[in-house]
Design a protein. Structure first.
Length: 741
């Protein structure tokens, strides 16, 4: 038998052999291990016959790898053949299996094409750009009066907002199984012609038309069509129900309405369905149509056996006490609307004889730093602290957790400057951003070769790493400042007598600087004509000369593919537009798939002696010996208070409206024959976002094994205060220390 000694709560769950079961599992409770072992024991029993499979549905691709490996290991140790009797899928992977077998039921050709996230974004970008040009009145209507004079400056900000709104509308409509035609019909029947609803519907219509033109579907279509397929053919559904005799669903707190419907159909009224999740770790509502209410309602059903997995060996008693106090306090906090943001069970330590005991308690390793700091000083303090700690603890793991990618990127830059080994779990990695920055600045210069400012930016971007010593950096800075002042660039760059530096007014006698700049001008001279090449060829031509590192070259090839797709989607795009696309990568506004740790199975224990910088969302499911949580203020963790600020309420939009929430409220109201009062959805969105942010804070705390550091800052405009949950924890911790003094 496998060497797995279940805890009492786990052993109770492993007795399951049929029916519906719901499990609320606390962080670190071993739910993946338990679910994997349950799958293996079901396969080994006579409950799963030849030709049948246990279907395991999980959230992300990395979890698919993790489950496959664990179930395979258990199956092997039980004396069975691996990879037989079970199937592990994400919801998208499952939907693809369903539709691929019967594409005719979904109205698709056998060789149907699924557009990836990037291709879908390109289509949406083009549609929204066109819509903006034709609906300036819409933008003016919703722009704050004090910002209307700067409409041209706000164009890019409006575009980002409208792109997010459009994507959310399409996702929500498809989760509600609504086509553009159905939305239009409902609007006509309800006499609802609201401009936000009209915007979403028009974008949705044009987007679907673009997909049809390419004979393609997107990932949301795939899920919607999978459900439609199951509904259309009872015999096919029955065959799948027979094939997947047990369904085990992981991360069920992140289930959507459509996911629940698909799995409910596959299970059937009397089928076997186990749903495992933690409602307190539901942190994706802002980005998806997921909602923890589906798991919570399932746990309350009369036909469902409901159990808890409360024991966790991950953290010290002190860290668990902080997390548990957050749950207890949440029921009595200042905003009644948020009292169910966190729910029991509380985290309990493992039994005394458990093979994974909790780490020895160390309350002195908890640092709740309440001093008011600027955002810059907070970063500097954290970088100084973690640099010192990692040198003293090279065999332990540490992470700095942030809520926003730009904050993470800034911390990474400071850690790199101090030569601290760093690993990123952000939207794009430091190396990706650096490569994109170099190419973006070069393209920007080639687009405007008479600009000395752009010449200076390109030179600094390409060669600043050559000058690492403080005096060298100062020389580089002075040189680039002087470079911006040059005129007649052609004679300056390519002087007739070849005496490059001395002919100029540049203040530099540094031989290394002169040599590097000469190398730069030779590079420009060789590649002047290359600027006329198609964008993919141009990027590859430049990269072959700039980069020697294999990873940088691979990144450059990936970036070239991204720009080639942009060129196909927007044939009129020029070098300036391509530079802007690369700038999005540099500023963490565009993720390049294939170069993210998230797409792999990340193991913090493989990065001892390195600092991991991650968003709390990316850190979910992971753990470190020491964890820093930064920016614990009321912007990053609002609590539905009148003075709180919300990232979704843009300063340039009138009346603090959350246009995305207002638009989705109109969409949801169509089927309910309701009217939506302006501003009401914004208030509801504040509550939902605040609830999610409380859970996000909880998730951050429960990533820590032994040591925890929490800090806060005053924000970009020095107008933020400590987040209420953080204030509560500091008060609780001070009282705890006083009682033990």
């Amino acid at each position: 038998m496998p060497d797995f000694i279940p805890r009492p709560a786990q052993a109770h769950i492993l007795k399951y052999d049929h029916g519906k079961m719901g499990i609320a599992a606390v962080p670190g409770s071993g739910k993946t291990h338990t679910l994997s072992y349950l799958a293996a024991t079901l396969i080994a029993s006579d409950k799963v016959r030849d030709g049948q499979e246990v279907l395991i549905v999980t959230l992300v691709n990395s979890a698919v790898q993790n489950f496959s490996k664990r179930v395979g290991g258990f199956v092997h140790e039980l004396g069975l053949i691996e990879n037989i009797g079970y199937r592990v899928r994400t919801l998208h992977g499952l939907a693809h299996d369903i539709v691929r077998e019967r594409p005719d039921l979904a109205g698709l050709e056998n060789n149907f094409q699924i557009l990836d996230e990037r291709a879908s974004s390109d289509i949406l970008d083009q549609i929204v750009s066109t819509w903006m040009r034709n609906h300036q009145d819409f933008l003016v209507t919703y722009t704050h009066p004090e910002s209307q004079e700067a409409m041209q400056y706000l164009s890019s900000k409006w575009k980002m907002t409208l792109l997010s709104m459009a994507a959310s509308f399409i996702h929500q409509a498809k989760d509600m199984e609504l086509t553009p035609e159905m939305v239009n019909t409902s609007m006509a029947n309800n006499h609802s012609e609201h401009e936000l609803l009209r915007f979403g519907t028009e974008i949705y219509r044009d987007y679907q038309n673009a997909l049809r033109y390419q004979a393609a579907i997107d990932f949301e279509d795939l899920i919607r069509l999978a459900y439609k397929t199951l509904q259309m053919d009872a015999d096919y559904l029955q065959r799948l129900q027979e094939r997947w005799s047990f369904i085990l669903e992981d991360e069920a707190q992140d289930s959507s309405a459509l996911q629940e419907k698909i799995l409910g159909l596959l299970c059937g009224e009397h089928g076997n369905w186990v749903r495992v999740g933690d409602p307190n770790q539901a942190i994706y509502e802002t980005f998806t149509t997921a909602d923890p209410k589906y798991l919570l309602q399932f746990l309350q059903r009369k036909d469902v056996q409901a159990f808890d997995l409360p024991n966790s060996g991950r953290s010290t008693h002190s860290i668990m006490a902080l997390a548990n106090h957050l749950i207890k306090w949440n029921g009595t906090q200042p905003s009644p609307a948020l009292t169910y943001s966190l729910v029991p069970p509380l985290i309990e330590p493992t039994p005394a004889d458990d093979p994974q005991p909790n780490p020895p308690d160390a309350p002195e390793k908890i640092f709740l730093f309440t001093e008011k700091l600027s955002a810059e000083k907070e970063e500097d303090m954290v970088v100084q602290s973690v640099t010192r700690w990692i040198r003293e603890n090279p065999q332990q793991t540490v992470a700095i957790l942030v809520t926003r990618n730009d904050k993470g990127a800034s911390l990474v830059q400071k850690l790199k400057n101090k030569k601290v080994p760093t690993v990123e779990l952000l939207q794009t990695s430091f190396s990706t951003r650096t490569t994109a920055k170099k190419l973006a600045d070069l393209l920007d210069y080639f687009a405007d070769p008479t600009s000395s400012k752009k010449l200076s930016a390109a030179f600094e971007s390409l060669y600043k790493d050559t000058f690492e010593e403080p005096e060298q950096k100062k020389t580089m800075h002075t040189f680039c400042d002087d470079l911006k002042k040059q005129s007649l660039l052609e004679e300056f760059l390519f002087p007739s007598n070849g005496n490059l530096i001395n002919q100029t007014e540049l203040n530099s006698e540094d031989e290394l600087m002169a040599e590097v700049f000469r190398k730069f001008t030779e590079f420009l001279s060789v590649n002047q004509r290359a600027a006329l090449l198609p964008i993919q060829q141009l990027i590859l031509t430049l990269s072959s000369q700039l980069f020697t590192d294999a990873h940088e070259l691979a990144l450059a090839y990936k970036l070239a593919e991204v720009l080639e797709r942009e060129a196909k989607a927007n044939p009129t795009s020029g070098l300036k537009d391509f530079a802007a696309e690369l700038d999005k990568v540099y500023h963490n506004r565009l993720r390049i798939t294939g170069f993210s740790e998230e797409e792999l199975e990340f193991d913090p224990d493989q990065h001892k002696g390195e600092v991991v910088v991650a968003t709390i969302h990316k850190a979910k499911g992971l753990e470190w010996d020491r964890v820093y949580i930064v920016s614990a203020n009321n912007y990053d963790f609002p609590c539905n208070q009148p003075y709180d600020q919300y990232i979704s309420e843009k300063y340039f939009i009138r009346d603090h409206l959350n246009l995305e929430a207002e638009m989705l409220a109109h969409l949801k109201a169509l089927n309910q024959y309701q009217r939506v009062e302006e501003g009401e959805a914004t208030l509801q969105a504040r509550k939902a976002y605040s609830a999610e942010r409380i859970r996000l804070f909880y998730v951050g705390i429960t990533r820590a094994r032994k040591e925890l550091v929490i800090t806060w800052n005053e924000g970009k405009f020095n107008n933020c205060v400590m987040a209420i949950p953080f204030v509560e924890l500091t008060t609780f911790w001070e009282d705890e220390h006083a009682s033990h003094a």
